[in-house]
Design a protein around this ligand. Structure first.
Ligand code: RM4
Ligand code: MN
Ligand code: MN
Length: 431
């Protein structure tokens, strides 16, 4: 952690606030005790939770109608790193960054890795991008990348993925996430069957070049930018690809990449059941790929997803090692505050999922007692675990209340003064 970042957030928390927290924690501990739950165990579990911050979400996003950037946003990759370190410093739960290539390619990966390490930051999965044409690019992805009918375009797209892997390798990443925009806007535009075969063949090329210890994640999404038929549109297609590729290929579930009312915890359970759940892009949504703050719209669904994950961990499901990453776009919030809210929401959902009485749940399920089984879940979900999460943060050397600490630090105002005049490319929200 850089000295500057540390100093800025080192102001001791208001002692009244700390005392109030201690009382709340003690009261909750007493409640837990009555239920036979050790609060210490819960706190330690939350301390172990970590999630990666996306490099592309540290600036203000936008919609295709416009973008309203805030002051003091990062202009350079190093400044993004500095902001990511703030999220980790305040939450104690965001020690890694997930990079988007080529939006965020370090000029000197070794030096960049070193700078990140000094800030206490490592790297999670790298993301490739064949959904846009880059300046100077030889061939266009307008009609697809891996699914394109022209083998030269497919080759170019594969090469780009190999480049992303190479950058990731130098940074210490151990996975690549591939989300493809490939698809068609009109019936007849592409062969529904052959486009899938071509995608699989390209993925096989990338998969066979994976460094040792690396995983490949395929990410599905139902629509946008292809509005008629997206090649990897659902978890079933993603699963077909991952299983055809081999053991080191798994599926990545972006929570917003489902049609309204999809039971995402069921998707998670299915993928867990076949050892193919590779990771997550956390966010929330009302309609589609809205990229809203995790837990802001459907906190119960988020809890139920974590319930599946905690169960899988308890049962030591083979191959269970999901990569937790955030994928959001902040149109109207300060990106850093949104990240702090997000990590907090994830920690809360995780803490609640840890409270579920699994043995009792199984008894009720076996007895066909629907009401009591549901009550077990609701009881955990409705418990106010904020003191547990706050205590976990404190013990991890982070803030009791990250947003309050962030605002009190004056970080954004300071950065607004320092970071004037530059522009950084920020992807539109609709990506
Ligand atoms: C896509 C997808 C990818 C993300 C891009 C920016 O909708 O969620 O994961 O990298 O957006
Ligand atoms: Mn995503
Ligand atoms: Mn998305």
């Amino acid at each position: 952690m850089s000295k500057v970042v540390t100093r800025m957030f080192n102001a001791p928390a208001d002692s009244d606030v700390v005392r109030a927290h201690e009382r709340d924690l003690a009261a909750l501990g007493e409640r837990f005790e009555r239920r036979g739950v050790a609060i210490e165990h819960e706190i330690e579990a939350v301390r172990g939770f970590a999630v990666a911050v996306p490099s592309w979400a540290l600036g203000t996003g936008g919609t295709r109608f416009g973008r309203f950037p805030g002051q003091g946003e990062p202009r350079l990759l190093l400044e993004k790193l500095e902001d990511a370190a703030v999220v980790h410093r305040l939450t104690g739960a965001a020690p890694r960054v997930s990079l988007h290539i080529p939006w965020d390619v370090p000029d000197d990966p070794a030096a960049f890795r070193q700078a990140a390490a000094e800030l206490g930051i490592g790297f999670d999965a790298v993301n490739s991008n064949t959904f846009q044409d880059q300046p100077g690019q030889a061939l266009s992805y307008k009609l697809g990348s891996f699914s394109h009918t022209d083998p030269a375009v497919r080759r170019q797209a594969v090469e780009h993925n190999l480049f992303a892997i190479e950058i990731g390798r130098q940074l210490g990443s151990n996975a690549i996430t591939i989300w493809l925009a490939d698809g068609s806007n009109y019936p007849g535009q592409m062969s529904l069957r052959r486009s899938f075969d071509r995608v699989l063949a390209c993925l096989q090329d990338v998969y066979s070049a994976l460094p040792n210890g690396w995983r490949l994640f395929t990410e599905h999404k139902p629509y946008e930018p292809a509005f008629y038929a997206t090649v990897v549109q659902d978890w079933g297609s993603s699963y077909l690809l991952a299983s055809a590729l081999g053991e080191r290929a798994q599926c990545l579930v972006d929570l917003g990449h489902h049609l309204p009312n999809t039971n995402v915890e069921l998707v998670v359970a299915r993928l867990l059941g076949v050892g193919k759940l590779g990771g997550f892009h956390f966010n929330d949504s009302k309609y589609g790929d809205d990229d809203l703050t995790a837990g802001s719209i459907k906190p119960y669904a988020l809890f139920l997803i974590f319930h599946e994950l905690v169960q899988a961990k308890r049962e030591r499901l083979p191959g269970f090692s999901p990569a937790y990453m955030i994928d959001q776009s902040h149109n109207i919030k300060d990106p850093l505050e949104d990240m702090l809210q997000t990590v907090d929401q994830l920690q809360l959902a995780y803490a609640k999922a840890h409270l579920v009485d699994h043995d009792a749940l199984e008894v009720y399920q076996n007895a066909g007692d629907v009401v009591m089984a549901e009550r077990i879940l609701k009881d955990a979900f409705e418990t106010d675990v904020r003191p547990v999460v706050a205590e976990a943060r404190l013990r991890n050397g982070a803030a009791l209340d990250p947003i309050a600490a962030f605002r009190a630090s004056g970080y954004r105002a300071r950065k607004a003064a320092e970071r004037s005049g530059g522009a950084v490319y920020v992807p539109p929200r609709s990506l």
